[in-house]
Design a protein around this ligand. Sequence first.
Ligand code: SAM
Ligand code: SF4
Ligand code: SF4
Length: 385
Amino acid sequence: MSERVIPLLDLRNRAAIVPAQAIVPNGLLGDQRGRPLRDLRISVTDRCNFRCNYCMPKEVFNNDYKYLPHSSLLSFEEITRVASLFVAHGVQKLRLTGGEPLLRKNLEILIEQLAALRTPEGQPLDLTLTTNGSLLRRKAAGLKAAGLQRVTVSLDGLDDAIFRAMNDVDFPVADVLDGIEAAKEVGLGQDTKGRFSGLKVNMVVKKSTNLGEIIPMARHFRGSGITLRFIEYMDVGETNGWQMDEVLPSAELIKLLQAEFPLVQLEPSAPGETAQRWGYANAQGEFDPSLGEVGVISSVTQAFCGDCNRARLSTEGQLYLCLFAAEGHDLRGLLRNGASDQDIASAIGLIWQERDDRYSELRGLNLQPPPTPGKKRVEMSYIGG
Ligand code: SAM
Ligand code: SF4
Ligand code: SF4
């Protein structure tokens, strides 16, 4: 196939290639493993007001750290244009992330633009955002008014001293809980039955730090309508000094919970769902919806690459096909060099068709791919979770 290469603006990444033969979006795109493209995570900033040691350790993300200049960031118009092409290719879910997405100025304007997008069948998208919750009290009403449907708040414990140590900027737990309350008050994540099925809390478990917070967190959110999800601490990026003995396998976590609260396993809510779902049971051992559910995201011990349908767009418009990738594909180069929508859609199509990533699966088989020479694995704060 002959190809046109649009000149690169950023030499750290791979040029996005426009195939000579157009790849017309029809929602049927599949990668090398037959995985569809359904979920796009968009990082809107590489900055954050927290320094969670598993994500942006202070020693690295200090005053000398070079964040991206504003001119490198995709504008809201650029993000919306690219997102609409992903939607044409079959993406149904958009998640805004970062860094801390609520630090991006006027984010509500981007949300309004994304909320107006429709699938080829005319359906609105599932539009959500992951935040550390620190600015939610201030922002919740504006986000909801702009069209945000759901929100996931990260919270690693209820003990104030432990939480302050984990965010490493001395941020109090009460303010995050208040942010969650604000989200509830404006109806973010509320479903038609009045339940907060779209309001989720993510807790990363690091054995040496917040193991003791699992049961208090479960007790706090049980029956609140909010789903708590436990995430295995991942070896993402190259700066967090990850060690396997800090990971609490989800299977052990479920045993810990079961000893306190009876649980029954629930069906996945959607194909490609990252979390395994467990419902709180009643005295008869049956799922009791009024008590709600918990989720476990076992990225380390039970890889879910087999149906990974997620792409990630970095703050500066690089497309990553895996959380553990060392290299992105430069879509910003196309956007800023006058490529047509058809060209960009074809480039996205080709990138996805060639995708073969399955890092966690290979790690589980002790077949971890060798590092890419001269490249570092991307940081979580750069492409979001
Ligand atoms: N700042 C926002 C927040 O914390 O929610 C959004 C970006 S953050 C990178 C997205 C998610 O990634 C958070 O839930 C965070 O806890 C999770 N995360 C970051 N580093 C991680 C790691 N090493 N292992 C597992 N989860 C991680
Ligand atoms: Fe910031 Fe989120 Fe990373 Fe914590 S996990 S440092 S809040 S981006
Ligand atoms: Fe997807 Fe990569 Fe995670 Fe596997 S390791 S589930 S391919 S992001």
